[in-house]
Design a protein around this ligand. Structure first.
Ligand code: HAM
Length: 406
C-alpha cells in the first residue's frame, strides 16, 4: 500500500484534469460510493470462484458481526447504489475514482491499495455504447500521450453460450487433468473459463486442441465483434483475443483490455466489458451495463507529460527584513488575479542571491523582487529569468496588470 508523495501526485493531477474534460465532453457524471460494502455484494457479483473474492478480499466482522469488505473494484458498488435508488430503468453515464483493495502479491504495477478511474454506462443495450466506450478509451490515450498500446477484445456471448462453452471445456480438460499445472487444476474446479487465462505453455498447447469459444457464440455476436474491431483498425492496434475472459465472473458480451509493452508482466492498464446480468443477480431489475476501469498507477507509469502544459511559475523574492503585511498583501493580490500561475513564495529569509538561485532551481520563469528601496517606493523589480532576460521596475499596480495577463 504505497504512500504517494507530491512528486508522484503532480502527474496524477494533470491526468485527472485531462480526464475530467473528456468525461464532460461525453456527458458522463461522477458518482461516489463508500470504500466499505457488505462482503456478500462482492461474492454475488465479482464471484465466489474468482481470485478477487476467494483470496484477495480484505474482510472483517463489524461490531454487529456483519461481514464487511474493502471494495476490490467499483462496478458492483455502482450497481448496488442504482438498485437502492430504484433507478434501474433509467439511463446513466457515470464515472468514479478512488482506492481499491486486493490482497495480491505486491510487485511492479501490482499493489494492495491501488486506484482506479472507472466508467459505467447503464441502461444501454449492446450497440452504440460499445463504440462510445472504445472511442473514449482512444481519446484518453491520445490526450495524455499514450501511443504504443494494444486493445485486446473478445465476445463472451450470452449467459447460455458461456455456460455451454464452459461445459464443453470441462469435459475436454477433465481427462487431461494430470497434465495441467496445479494452479490450472484448481481453476478447472472453481471456474473453468479461467484456465484460458493460464500462463503455462503446456496448458496453452492443450487448449489449442480443445473447444474454441467462437464456435459457441451466435453469428450475431461474432459479426458485432468483427464490425466493432473493423471500425477502429485504422486508428489503433485492436486485436481479437479468444483467450481473453477477464478475472471477474459478471461479464457477458464484449470484454476488452488495453495493454502496453512498457509495463512489464502486469501489462494491462485498463479493463472492462459488458455485464448485463449483474443488476438482476443483485436483486434489482434487468439493466444493461457496460464499463471499464483504468489502473491509475499503471497508466501514470507510461503517460508522457511532454505536451501536457506545465503551469507557469513566478518566484516571489523579499530579501532582508521586509516580509510583512505589506508584501504579503501583494502576494495575495497576485494570486487572486491569476491563480493559474504558481507564485513561489519561498517562506524563508536569505540573501537576494541565494533566493534567486533557488528560483532558478525551482524552474521559475520570472521573479518578483521587493528589496529595501522598492519597498519604500511602492515598487517591485520584475525579472525575466531566462538567459539574457531583462529586468524592469514596476509600480504595484503595474505588476498586478502584468501578472493578470501572463
Ligand atoms: P480489473 O481488470 O480487475 O477490472 O481492473 C481494472 C484495472 O485496474 C486493471 O486493468 C489494472 O490496470 C488495475 N489493477 C487491478 N488490480 C491492480 C493492482 N493490484 N494493482 C494495481 N493496479 C491494478 C475491474 O476492476 C472492473 N470493475 C472493470 C469494469 C468496470 N468492468 C466493467 N466496468
Amino acid at each position: 500500500m504505497p504512500d504517494l508523495f507530491p512528486e508522484d501526485l503532480e502527474k496524477w493531477h494533470i491526468f485527472e484534469s485531462k480526464l475530467l474534460s473528456i468525461f464532460h465532453s461525453f456527458d458522463t457524471h461522477e458518482i461516489r460510493t463508500p470504500l466499505l460494502e457488505s462482503t456478500e455484494l462482492f461474492s454475488r457479483s465479482v464471484g465466489n470462484s474468482s481470485d478477487i473474492v476467494n483470496k484477495e478480499l480484505y474482510s472483517f466482522l463489524d461490531r454487529n458481526k456483519e461481514s464487511l469488505s474493502l471494495r476490490p473494484e467499483g462496478s458492483a458498488s455502482v450497481i448496488r447504489a442504482i438498485i437502492q435508488r430504484k433507478q434501474e430503468q433509467e439511463k446513466h453515464k457515470l464515472w468514479y475514482q478512488g482506492p481499491m483493495f486486493r490482497y495480491e502479491r505486491p510487485q511492479r504495477g501490482r499493489f494492495r491499495q491501488f486506484h482506479q478511474v472507472g466508467v459505467e454506462y447503464l441502461g444501454f443495450e449492446e450497440g452504440i455504447a460499445e463504440y462510445e466506450l472504445i472511442s473514449m478509451v482512444l481519446q484518453i490515450n491520445k490526450l495524455i500521450g499514450i501511443s504504443d498500446f494494444t486493445i485486446k477484445i473478445n465476445h463472451l456471448g450470452d449467459e447460455l453460450a458461456k455456460q455451454s462453452f464452459c461445459n464443453s471445456l470441462t469435459s475436454f480438460l477433465k481427462p487431461h487433468i494430470n497434465e495441467l499445472h496445479e494452479k490450472d487444476q484448481a481453476r478447472l474446479k472453481s471456474n473453468p473459463l479461467r484456465v484460458l487465462d493460464s500462463k503455462e505453455e503446456s496448458t496453452q498447447a492443450l487448449l489449442k486442441k480443445g473447444p474454441q469459444f467462437q464456435d459457441f457464440i451466435s453469428d450475431a455476436s461474432k459479426s458485432f465483434l468483427q464490425n466493432l474491431v473493423g471500425a477502429y483498425t485504422d486508428y489503433c492496434d485492436i486485436q481479437i483475443d479468444q483467450s481473453l475472459v477477464r478475472g471477474l465472473d459478471y461479464y457477458t458480451g464484449i470484454v476488452f483490455e488495453t495493454v502496453s509493452k512498457e509495463l512489464g508482466a502486469q501489462d494491462a492498464f485498463l479493463g472492462g466489458g459488458r455485464y448485463d446480468n449483474l443488476s438482476k443477480q443483485l436483486g434489482g431489475k434487468d439493466m444493461h451495463a457496460i464499463g471499464f476501469a483504468i489502473g491509475v498507477e499503471r497508466i501514470i507509469e507510461i503517460l508522457t507529460l511532454e505536451h501536457l502544459n506545465q503551469p507557469l511559475k513566478v518566484g516571489f523574492i523579499v530579501p532582508g527584513e521586509q516580509i510583512n503585511k505589506k508584501t504579503y498583501k501583494i502576494a495575495d493580490d497576485l494570486r487572486s488575479v491569476n491563480n493559474n500561475i504558481i507564485l513561489d513564495t519561498f517562506l524563508s529569509e536569505g540573501s537576494l542571491k541565494s533566493q534567486l538561485r533557488r528560483a532558478n532551481k525551482n524552474n521559475c520563469s520570472y521573479a518578483i523582487i521587493i528589496g529595501d528601496d522598492e519597498f519604500k517606493n511602492d515598487q517591485v523589480i520584475w525579472k525575466d529569468l531566462s538567459e539574457g532576460g531583462e529586468q524592469e521596475l514596476l509600480t504595484s499596480k503595474e505588476v498586478i496588470e502584468k501578472y493578470t495577463n501572463l
